[in-house]
Write a protein that binds this ligand. Structure first.
Ligand SMILES: [Zn+2]
Length: 275
């Protein structure tokens, strides 16, 4: 009873898991369809510290999928980070929520101070840059993405959840980021209308992402292998470890230089230029 979140029913997560979760800090970059689900779930599991980052305000095209948003928010044009904070605080008033209505590149000093980053952003370019940042500061990054494809007038939904760990295969290793896809996206930039998005695949992907987070920070299931890439088939309603995992290199060659660690302004290369 009282104002403290009672986590008795999840004590199987391991001794001290409640304390670990209470002291952990996660960043959510993007509080739209995917990020709003993740914020809600992390609040329920007892995460103590949130950094929520999104520059956007809600509009009427978001209400089909933004968890916690109301028609009144649409009328008022509430910031998405304010909706996230309201959802988090309603579940766990003790949770610390730092809100930044900004692009993540404007708040890197705070972003490098988190234990895990959730990437819930639309563009391939943005998730790729965010992964580069996470690698630089050795922060695990969990990325979710969904897509709708048309083929002969039929629409299929797919998606994926990826755990990007320092030293392990990256988005390029897994084929989620390619020069071709980046060029295609750049050419499309500014095209009218947003990508199709619906609530239930986002919910599925967000739940998988939170599961990966729990494996990272609590003693639960640490003896079992965690697949780094899980694929969602929206037609079959299945999530499974990706077939790509069998062909991946054990280590990433895209982020393997010590010069790519830490603050970019203080690498030996940067200092050489200053001289
Ligand atoms: Zn790589």
């Amino acid at each position: 009873m009282g104002d403290k979140l009672n986590l008795q029913r999840q004590s199987f997560l391991g001794a001290g898991s409640e304390i670990v979760l209470g002291r952990s800090r996660a960043a959510l970059v993007g509080l739209g369809g995917g990020g709003s689900h993740i914020a809600q779930q992390l609040a329920h599991i007892g995460l103590g510290n949130f950094l929520v980052i999104d520059s956007d305000f809600i509009d009427d095209t978001n209400l089909n999928r933004l968890v916690g948003a109301t028609m009144e928010d649409v009328r008022l044009g509430t910031a998405k980070i304010d909706i996230a904070e309201r959802v988090i605080k309603a579940v766990n008033p003790a949770a610390e929520t730092i809100k930044r209505r900004a692009n993540w590149t404007e708040v890197t000093a705070e972003l490098r101070d988190v234990d895990v980053i959730f990437a819930c952003v639309d563009s391939i370019g943005c998730r790729s840059e965010l992964e580069g940042f996470a690698r630089r500061f050795l922060i695990p990054l969990i990325d979710i993405g969904m897509d709708v494809h048309e083929s002969s007038g039929e629409f299929s939904i797919s998606g994926q959840v990826m755990l990007s760990m320092p030293g392990k295969p990256c988005m390029r290793c897994m084929g989620l980021v390619t020069d071709e896809a980046l060029a295609k996206e750049a050419a499309r930039y500014g095209a009218a209308g947003g990508k199709p998005q619906v609530v239930w695949p986002n919910g599925t992907l967000a739940s998988i992402a939170v599961g990966l987070f729990m494996k990272l920070v609590t003693p639960w299931e640490t003896h079992k292998v965690t697949p780094l890439l899980l694929e969602y088939d929206g037609d079959l309603q299945t999530v499974a470890p990706s077939n790509k995992l069998a062909y991946l290199p054990a280590y990433c060659k895209h982020f393997d230089s010590l010069n790519e660690l830490g603050d970019p302004f203080w690498t030996p290369d940067a200092l050489a230029v200053v001289e």
